[in-house]
Ligand binder design. Structure first.
Ligand SMILES: C[S@@+](CC[C@H](N)C(=O)[O-])C[C@H]1O[C@@H](n2cnc3c(N)ncnc32)[C@H](O)[C@@H]1O
Length: 268
């Protein structure tokens, strides 16, 4: 059995949800060797109306839609804070794409793949997105085969809020300046729900992530996100409130409508 000690529990919670609700075989294999993989997921769902489970499904559908829709426009994908994301190995639209994933926890991620026998096509490169998005990181990515010139889509799912706002803005600006970026798929936690917390559930959610050593640090409004993308020169800008997608995917809205923003922005 693998121990969850020292493992980023937010990272492990995602395959727990995908195994249970999407019947994703790769996720099931990843969590199978852990004694208690879903402890954080259960606690999180308990404090806030199944937020974690509902959100993982919502964003999976949202980002998959855009990965599929524009599959002719990009040949490589860079996933920031990739964790144990199974999309590169399970989505047909990514079958012929080169996928690179960076994370603070690359050593743990590689160990989990090795211990479970699960293979991933994602080329894993370590990076601290707080202050490590720089030329040296790009150099290491290139050593793994990444090209600065090929049309690239960047996916940052379930990750911006673990970093200070300054780092989030820096990282996206840097990638925009240094890659042949065709689009960004990114989600952000809402400042109107969490900063300050709108109600007890929001406060408890913040306490929970603080307790496991992964405090949420950045919160955005839809206007901030849209203005930032305009500054970066993006043409097609989609910013959706979580509730819009939750209604489509789940058939009803149980979370705060504006709990999170999901964004998809493109250069064409
Ligand atoms: C909630 S998980 C999401 C993982 C993945 N994107 C998914 O949707 O399955 C957040 C991920 O961000 C990573 N992360 C947190 N802080 C980071 C940092 N400073 N630099 C790089 N990665 C970080 C964690 O290690 C974790 O894998």
């Amino acid at each position: 059995m693998l121990s969850t000690d020292g493992i980023n529990l937010t990272m492990l919670s995602i395959p727990c949800v995908k195994s249970k609700l999407l019947h994703d075989d790769q996720s099931t294999k990843i969590i199978k060797k852990f004694a208690d993989p879903d402890c954080f997921q259960k606690n999180c769902d308990a404090v806030y109306s199944n937020f974690l489970s509902r959100n993982v499904i919502v964003r999976h559908h949202y980002f998959t839609h855009y990965l599929e829709k524009y599959q002719q426009k990009y040949t490589q994908v860079l996933i920031l804070g990739v964790g144990l994301d199974t999309k590169p190995d399970t989505l047909a639209c990514l079958r012929d794409k080169d996928v690179y994933g960076c994370d603070l926890a690359v050593t743990d991620i590689k160990q989990i793949y090795q211990a479970t026998g699960v293979k991933t096509k994602t080329k894993l490169v370590s990076c601290d997105l707080k202050n490590g998005m720089n030329q040296e990181f790009l150099q290491r990515l290139q050593e793994h085969g990444f090209s600065r010139d090929r049309p690239t889509l960047v996916l940052w799912e379930g990750g911006t809020f673990y970093l200070p706002k300054k780092s989030v803005l820096h990282d996206l600006k840097f990638l925009n300046q240094n890659l042949n970026l065709i689009g960004l798929l990114v989600d952000y936690m809402s400042s109107t729900v969490f900063n300050p917390p709108r109600h007890t559930k929001a406060r408890k959610q913040l306490e929970l992530v603080q307790q496991i050593g992964c405090p949420w640090q950045s919160f955005f409004t839809a206007t901030e996100i849209e203005q930032f993308y305009q500054q970066l020169g993006f043409k097609e800008i989609n910013v959706s409130e979580h509730g819009q997608i939750e209604e489509k995917v789940w058939g009803d809205v149980q979370l705060d409508y504006d709990i999170m923003y999901l964004s998809a922005t493109f250069k064409f």
